[in-house]
Design a protein around this ligand. Structure first.
Ligand code: AMP
Length: 192
């Protein structure tokens, strides 16, 4: 079973929901960079105050800060049994940093949730987070196309396979699709 996993996809593709569900079930650490930032903003920490305007506008927080946050988080005890990274890497420099942190073999599976854009906008409007206004949503989708889609091509260029998952259907059905992919990884190396 894959234990060091990236879950990718546009905002509203269901990454956070799926990562939380699967991590709880499989004892993996759910590392959501959006949650880390929202927690810092809630707590009013220095980092939280620094990133608030950027997050609320739907832009990306700087690579250097994000890489540092993820590096520290992955060094924590709770990440040692395995993790699912949700919301990172979102830019090519972040992906480069991650590969140098973990090594190429350090990423066992990359999942890409595919959801049509009309569905995404509806889901995000229904979610109602402060960064989920119609305008910010449009902007976040543009940022995704411009900054994050190249990450997929970069990972592939580095020999990292990406598995596309159909992100339409019930939460349970999508979770089943993901779990069967995770189960298939490293199967030949594990005792039956
Ligand atoms: P999310 O919950 O993943 O949709 O993230 C919410 C917001 O947090 C994003 O719109 C960005 O402003 C910021 N954010 C989360 N992860 C990253 C990242 N890896 N790099 C830059 N900004 C991020």
């Amino acid at each position: 079973m894959a234990k060091r996993v990236l879950i990718m996809g546009p905002p509203g593709s269901g990454k956070g929901t799926q990562a939380a569900k699967i991590c709880a079930k499989r004892g993996l650490d759910h590392v959501s960079t959006g949650d880390i930032l929202r927690e810092a903003m809630r707590a009013g920490s220095e980092i939280g105050r620094k990133v608030k305007a950027v997050v609320d506008s739907g832009n990306l927080v700087g690579d250097e800060l994000m890489c540092e946050l993820v590096k520290d988080r992955l060094a924590e005890e709770r990440a040692q049994p395995g993790f699912m990274l949700d919301g990172f890497p979102r830019t090519v420099p972040q992906a480069e940093a991650l590969l140098s942190m973990l090594g190429k073999g350090g990423i066992e599976a990359v999942l890409l949730l595919r959801v049509p854009e009309e569905e995404i906008v509806e889901r995000l409007l229904a979610r109602g987070r402060t960064d989920d206004t119609r305008e910010t949503i449009r902007h976040r989708l543009e940022v995704y196309e411009k900054e994050t889609e190249p990450v997929l091509r970069y990972l592939e260029s580095q020999g990292v396979d990406i598995v596309v998952i159909d992100g339409l259907g019930s939460v349970e059905l999508i979770a089943e699709r993901i779990e069967s992919v995770l189960d298939a990884v490293n199967q030949s190396e594990e005792p039956a």
